[in-house]
Design a protein around this ligand. Structure first.
Ligand SMILES: [Zn+2]
Length: 257
């Protein structure tokens, strides 16, 4: 175990409402390129058009071509160590919610049940013409045949429920995230530099309500000086918490199922 992490293993058992806030850093551990990183989608020419609602309405193939692999090829990606350990914490009753900026659905794939996606999700799509809903699986099936997933009822494009530039963030998810942040006596901030709204504001809600922050991120964040504990290595974090959970499982009472 890394020396730096031992205070976390003291904090976690005492927390009565622990939540995690996650960003791209935990998915890069799972092999997904960070959209904003040096090799990320946002650095490619024309990238600002991919998640832009006006461009989507004009030409949805810009989005579908940009994301064909990254989003619709997500079956090739498996959850990373942080996704896995957060799902285990939740299953053990130690973590009440995961708030994520990511749009890769890897928390759900890892087995997390209470996931709040503040930038939306491609799990559902809606037709921009008639509003008809399509699941992720339906859209993937359509993309096997066509460049753009189109509604069978009206022929307009299906848009993922991801928040595009020029669109409002999903209100219900935001409200749920703020409520969780205020309720948390311990928030784990994992793999986010806290520069994009609303992620930047949520840990402040926790602090304002008297909760504590543990920040694990490779790069500095604006709230480092206010964190109870500041670590940089996410893989180390996942490993240590996983080991702690294994020992916790051994001493926790077991009920026959
Ligand atoms: Zn339609």
């Amino acid at each position: 175990m890394t020396d730096g992490i031992s205070p976390l293993l003291d904090l976690m058992p005492r927390a009565s409402h622990m939540v995690a806030l996650t960003g791209a850093g935990i998915s890069t551990l799972a092999g997904i390129p960070d959209f904003r990183g040096p090799k990320g989608l946002y650095r490619q020419p024309g990238a600002e058009r991919i998640f832009d609602i006006d461009w989507f309405r004009r030409d949805p193939s810009i989005y579908y071509e940009g994301c064909r692999e990254l989003i619709y090829g997500l079956d090739h990606y498996t959850p990373g160590p942080v996704h896995t350990v957060l799902a285990r914490l939740e299953a053990a009753g130690r973590l009440q919610a995961v708030i994520t900026q990511n749009i890769d659905m890897l928390h759900q794939k890892a087995g997390s049940r209470h996931v709040i996606e503040v930038h939306g999700s491609p799990l559902h799509h809606h037709c921009i013409g008639c509003g008809r809903e399509a699941t992720f699986a339906e859209v993937c099936a359509l993309l096997q045949q066509e460049r753009v997933a189109r509604c069978s009822a009206c022929g307009a494009a299906y848009k993922p429920d991801i928040t595009f530039f020029g669109e409002a963030l999903p209100e219900a998810a935001l409200e749920a995230a703020v409520a969780q942040a205020r309720r948390a006596d311990l928030m784990l901030v994992l793999g986010t530099s806290l520069t994009v709204f609303p992620a930047a504001a949520l840990p402040e809600e926790t602090l304002r309500a008297g909760g504590q922050l543990v920040i694990v991120n490779a790069q500095p964040t604006p709230l480092d000086h206010r964190a109870r504990l500041r670590l940089s290595d996410l893989a180390d974090f996942a490993k240590s918490v996983g080991e702690w959970l294994t020992s916790y499982d051994q001493i926790a009472p077991r009920f026959p199922s």
